[in-house]
Design a protein around this ligand. Structure first.
Ligand code: ZN
Length: 275
């Protein structure tokens, strides 16, 4: 254990989902992913470890696990799968994009969007998938999972240098587009990145499905980062992302200001609907 367990002050509070359910109508509950669905991405030994936790335990420096973590992870992944099947927005926690095949990282237990992408390929028969990750942190887990896989294009816009330290200049290849942005970047920088890099790259890849790792911690009032994206900016990111393929689904990643999170998610929903 790296430091005393104090789940009540963890930024990934259960209140994040509570405020969303309070503000948004029409949400429906998801079902847990199956073990086989999660094993498309994660090592069985790691999942056994998650399932065996009998008390609160730090799984890495900032990721808390406990007796309900395995169930929570399966439910979050299952909601991401349901979002892919129905074309929706999975409002889940824990987030997923830092999780690696064999360990938890950065609040994330399993990589929900990677599990959803594999489901789309294996169960829905889709071949080419683009993942657009606009969470303020680099989606290092998703990047690592698909780095050598040419069937999945991974695009990430993130503050850099910043946690987790990956995704800087020189990390791109044919199906990896990392866009490191300086602290303080806002709507104009994100829009320019979409016009100059994201849209040409994704259109050239010609995906059948776009999956969005929708984090809201690049917002100007988020407590964990230093970007300046506005509510209107998130609506625009959603609108432009959903125009990149015939199908789109989104999965919640970060976003830690409980006062702003509901209206940011609502703005993204407007953007997805407008496309
Ligand atoms: Zn984040």
């Amino acid at each position: 254990m790296l430091h005393p367990v104090d789940a009540h002050h963890h930024p990934d509070s259960e209140q994040r989902i509570a405020v969303l359910l309070h503000a948004l109508g029409g949400a429906r509950e998801g079902l847990p992913a199956s073990r086989a669905q999660v094993e498309r991405v994660h090592e069985p030994e790691y999942l056994d470890l998650l399932a065996s936790l009998e008390r609160d335990t730090w799984l890495d420096g900032d990721t808390l696990g406990g007796p309900t973590s395995y169930e929570a992870a399966l439910l979050a992944a299952g909601c991401a799968i349901a979002a892919v099947e129905a074309g929706g927005f999975a409002l889940v926690r824990p987030p997923g994009h830092h999780a690696l095949p064999d360990h938890a990282m950065g609040f994330c237990l399993v990589d929900n969007i990677a599990i959803a992408a594999r489901h789309a390929q294996d169960a829905l028969g889709l071949e080419r998938i683009a993942i657009v990750d606009w969470d303020v942190h680099h989606g290092n887990g998703t990047d690592a999972i698909f780095h050598d896989d040419d069937s999945v294009l991974f695009v990430s816009l993130h503050q850099w240098p910043f946690y987790p330290g990956t995704g800087g200049p020189g990390t791109n290849d044919d199906t990896t587009l990392n866009i490191p942005l300086h602290a303080g970047a806002g709507d104009a920088e994100y829009a320019a990145s979409f016009s100059e890099l994201v849209e040409p790259t994704v259109r050239a890849f010609d995906p059948e499905l776009v999956l969005v790792s929708a984090g809201f911690d690049a917002h100007e009032e988020d407590p964990l980062a230093h970007m300046a994206v506005t509510e209107r900016g998130f609506e625009e990111l959603a609108r432009r992302s959903s125009q990149l393929a015939p199908r789109v689904a989104a999965v919640l990643e970060g976003g830690y200001n409980l006062a702003t999170l509901p209206r940011l998610v609502e703005a993204a929903l407007r953007g997805f609907d407008a496309a």
